[in-house]
Write a protein that binds this ligand. Structure first.
Ligand code: ADP
Ligand code: 5GP
Length: 193
């Protein structure tokens, strides 16, 4: 059984499904969780900070890191926009005896699961519908028309992967979804500890 130090929790879903909201809730409830900061080539939005929300890097820098084999997984999630989980980010968190929580897309989630099958809990957050997801993204007010369309267009494709994950949670009412996530994560963290 996995030890606490090398467990991994993945929260995956189409953008706008509520991953960030549910991840924040889980981090408030379980202090042993640490957010795995991904590298990304998109520009920061709103209050996002480098090294906190993402390591915002150039496409050239990202490609160098691919060459140097520094990623556990990486994907071009949207046209020309790269995102990836760095090996040394997971090591940094495990060294602190914490459990990394990854907010990554479905393809990346499947790759991490394949590499760490015994120690990973993967949760797919399903929006009630693509129409509702679009409304939430519009309500969040963070996207340009173009990036909103890219996210909505990709959502159905991403939902078709949901059966690859350990648990599917429908985020209809946020409080219920958070409670359900809390239960599954609590059990996973206690297993084998
Ligand atoms: P993601 O990280 O998956 O892109 P967010 O957590 O940012 O998603 O949620 C997208 C938007 O939808 C945010 O404005 C958030 O406050 C809102 N939201 C999340 N869950 C719900 C819900 N169950 N009902 C209504 N709005 C929600
Ligand atoms: P956003 O631009 O809205 O922050 O994220 C867009 C998408 O990229 C989301 O689905 C998010 O989960 C995903 N993402 C963020 N970091 C990573 C990562 O390191 N790897 C992969 N594969 N996807 C990521």
């Amino acid at each position: 059984m996995a030890t606490q130090q090398n467990k991994i929790i993945i929260i995956t879903a189409p953008s706008g499904s509520g991953k960030t909201s549910i991840t924040r809730h889980l981090m408030n409830v379980f202090p042993q969780l640490a957010f795995s900061v991904s590298a990304a080539t998109r520009p920061p939005r709103g209050n996002e900070r480098n090294g906190v929300d993402y390591y915002f890097i150039s496409a050239d820098n990202f490609k160098e890191k691919i060459q140097r084999n520094e990623f556990v997984e990486w994907e071009m999630v949207y046209e020309g926009k790269y995102y990836g989980t760095l090996k040394n980010e997971l090591d940094r968190i495990w060294h602190k005896h914490q459990v990394p929580i990854l907010d990554i897309d479905v393809k990346g989630a499947i790759h991490v699961q394949q590499q760490y099958p015994e120690q990973t809990l993967s949760i797919f957050i399903q929006p009630p519908s693509v129409e509702e997801l679009k409304k939430r993204l519009e309500g969040r007010g963070t996207e340009t028309n173009e990036s909103l369309a890219a996210r909505v267009n990709k959502a159905s494709y991403e939902i078709s992967f949901k059966d690859h994950f350990n648990k599917v949670i429908v985020n209809d009412e946020l409080g219920h979804a958070c409670q359900e996530a809390e239960q599954v994560v609590g059990k996973f963290l206690n297993d084998g500890s």
